[in-house]
Design a protein around this ligand. Structure first.
Ligand code: AMP
Ligand code: ZN
Ligand code: FE
Ligand code: FE
Length: 279
């Protein structure tokens, strides 16, 4: 097995819309020869508590992460938070409030789907026996698959619930500044997620004026030359470079764990920051 240091800093667990539990993500990282991992569930910081002792026992460096959905110029922008104090009550409250907003948004999406002839109730989407903490559109898509309304999650998004489709509801989202602020209050590092996916230059130009600590240079299946632009921005801004696969398990079957990752040089400053935060 390769001895090159690798850390996948963008994965999702069963606590949001991934299909592997936090401990299973630790096992997968170790089995793939990775030495570092971050689980960035949407609007939940609970995976760290669930997995950090186990990760330590396995010799894996686990960094607490989160992915926060924000809005800029009417479009969705994702922000990653890393290496924050996992006990931060401000960050926990922030997540709780957003999950309440998500519940209202999920209801609004279900109502639109009902108007389109799909019989779906909250109880079809929310499984009280599951360990899920954050419910979102992927869970609604899965409920549609279970009911036989669509063949897979992708079809549900493509036809009904992706942005611009008839049953999409944006919901109330954070401002970018609010997300950066709560991550900093929790002593964490605020990072622009997957800038490669932002379509409007105006948004990129505005985002890079904000008080970020890093940018996700290496993402998903983008090749090294597609990351060069973002690498240069990191260099100009003196920002940290992060990277990861955005692995969701079977909920995003085309994305393999670890297709993007960071090496030791990019990992160490984040890990060292975290050691300082928890010391
Ligand atoms: P939400 O946070 O509820 O808006 O849902 C966003 C999540 O849905 C993303 O993190 C992806 O996991 C997933 N997603 C977004 N677009 C698609 C798509 N076109 N097909 C499948 N999954 C998607
Ligand atoms: Zn997701
Ligand atoms: Fe994202
Ligand atoms: Fe993600």
């Amino acid at each position: 097995m390769s001895t090159q240091f690798k850390a996948d800093l963008h994965t999702h667990s069963t606590f949001s819309d991934g299909t592997l539990s936090p401990k299973e993500l630790v096992d997968l990282s170790v089995s793939q020869g990775f030495q570092g991992l971050s689980i960035c569930d949407h609007d939940s910081i609970d995976s760290y508590a669930a997995a950090h002792e186990y990760a330590k026992k396995c010799g894996l460096k686990l960094i607490p992460g989160i992915e926060i959905s924000c809005e800029m110029f009417g479009e969705s922008v994702h922000i990653l938070g890393y290496a924050y104090n996992p006990e931060s009550s401000e960050l926990k409250d922030f997540c709780r409030l957003h999950r309440e907003r998500r519940a209202a948004r999920n209801e609004a999406i279900l109502q639109k789907l009902n108007e389109h002839g799909f019989e779906l109730k909250t109880s079809d989407v929310v499984d009280p026996k599951a360990e899920t903490i954050t419910y979102g559109r992927p869970h609604i898509a899965l409920a549609m698959v279970r009911k036989g309304y669509v063949k897979d999650i992708q079809e549900a998004f493509r036809k009904y619930i992706a942005s611009g489709r008839p049953c999409y509801v944006a919901g109330e989202r954070w401002k970018v500044e609010e997300a950066i602020d709560v991550i900093h209050r929790a002593q964490g590092l605020a990072v622009i997620a997957h800038p490669h996916l932002i379509l409007r230059d105006k948004i990129v130009r505005e985002l890079i004026t904000k008080n970020f600590d890093g940018i996700e240079v290496f993402y998903c299946r983008f090749q090294a030359d597609q990351c060069e632009y973002w690498r240069r921005i990191a260099q100009d801004k003196k920002w940290l470079r992060t990277g990861g696969s955005d692995f969701h398990g079977a909920n995003k079957p085309d994305v393999t764990f670890g297709v993007s990752f960071v090496g030791q040089e990019d990992f160490d400053p984040i890990w060292n920051h975290f050691q300082y935060v928890i010391s």
